[in-house]
Ligand binder design. Structure first.
Ligand code: 3EB
Length: 322
């Protein structure tokens, strides 16, 4: 039976019973409060992100969530009105990100750790003749406008599609008691430096973020796909994209640990998700994943569109450090 996966955030309250700060349901997310909208295909049916000690509810504009001693998680879901076209998504994204930034900057939990974004009909062009009218590009535009004046570094993120018509945004942040650092991938151009051909404004995220305290560390890997430098490669090919994604993850971990000789010794894969564009490719994705990442625990495989139309899969993961 697949289990719900626990991810324990490092902090100073390790001796206390843990509380759930944030939970993702992969199997049953048809409720109005779900951060993630997806269709579960195989593997773990959810993730619970735990903190030591108690948590209490927080409300910040359109966002709600929980906070513990050192971490806060806020999320919201917004209906995107199809009749507003591309501008509706860009404006809504800008407004929600501005709300979120304002709240986070004014709180004790001011260090961003990781974003999750689920964008409705992410590859849809409101004007078929204009590649910049794509939902993902409009989302990136609104997000960049909100973040350009923010006083914080870009953290790890995921941005994939969803089919419920709503924009879902979630943000995990930490207090100064936690060390938070962000990393890029030497095999990939930083997303915030992608050239103009990918849209009016570049995506705003780091390739990975590490949270660390005396009790240990976690590496939070952003959504990672078959992109080398800034180009998508192996368009439409599941096996090859899976291999290329594994190479990207390998390059990132090697770079973070600072050594090609003893790669990955510091970080062990704990939980992963594989977002798969085509549900019918589930069995092929299971095989390709096991082939490309043979030492990893079984991933949660789910169906979501990927932010570039030629990409068929993307992996996000959490690694435990020492
Ligand atoms: C990429 O590497 C693939 O826009 O927040 C991965 C992770 C991707 C996060 C985002 C996009 C985002 O560009 C797509």
């Amino acid at each position: 039976m697949p289990t719900n996966a626990d991810i324990r955030l490092p902090g100073s309250h390790t001796e206390q019973a843990s509380s759930c700060l944030l939970s993702f349901e992969f199997a049953d997310c048809a409720n109005d409060h779900a951060l993630l909208s997806t269709v579960h295909l195989s593997g773990p049916v959810g993730e619970s992100w735990l903190v030591g000690g108690d948590v209490e509810p927080v409300r910040a504009g359109a966002f709600t969530g929980l906070r513990g001693a050192e971490y806060q998680f806020l999320s919201c879901q917004a209906n995107i009105d199809a009749k507003d076209g591309a501008d509706g998504l860009r404006d809504t994204t800008r407004r929600l990100y501005q709300d979120l930034i304002r709240h986070v900057e004014g709180s004790r939990y001011s260090q961003p750790v990781r974003f999750w974004n689920y964008v409705p009909d992410i590859n849809h062009l409101t004007d078929p003749a204009d590649a910049d009218s794509e939902a993902y590009r409009q989302f990136c535009w609104g997000r960049a406008e909100a973040l350009e004046n923010a006083d914080f570094p870009l953290p790890a993120a995921t941005a994939v599609g969803c089919a419920d018509g709503k924009l879902h945004i979630g943000l995990l942040t930490a207090t100064d008691a936690i060390s938070v650092t962000h990393f890029e991938n030497p095999r990939q151009v930083s997303a915030y430096h992608y050239p103009r051909q990918y849209g009016p404004r570049s995506p705003s995220f780091a390739r990975a973020s590490i949270v660390e305290s005396n009790s240990g560390s976690l590496l939070l890997l952003s959504g990672t796909a078959s992109i080398v430098a800034h180009e998508s490669i192996h368009a439409g090919e599941l096996d090859a994209q899976m291999q290329e994604t594994a190479h990207n993850i390998d390059a990132l971990l090697t770079s973070v640990t600072g050594s090609a000789d003893v790669p990955h010794e510091r970080f062990k894969p704990l939980r992963s998700r594989c977002y798969l564009r085509t549900a019918a490719e589930r069995d092929a994705a299971e095989r390709a994943f096991a082939n490309a990442l043979p030492t990893w625990p079984e991933p949660a495989i789910m169906t979501n569109d990927i932010c570039r139309a030629e990409l068929v899969m993307e992996i996000e993961a959490v690694f435990t450090g020492d």
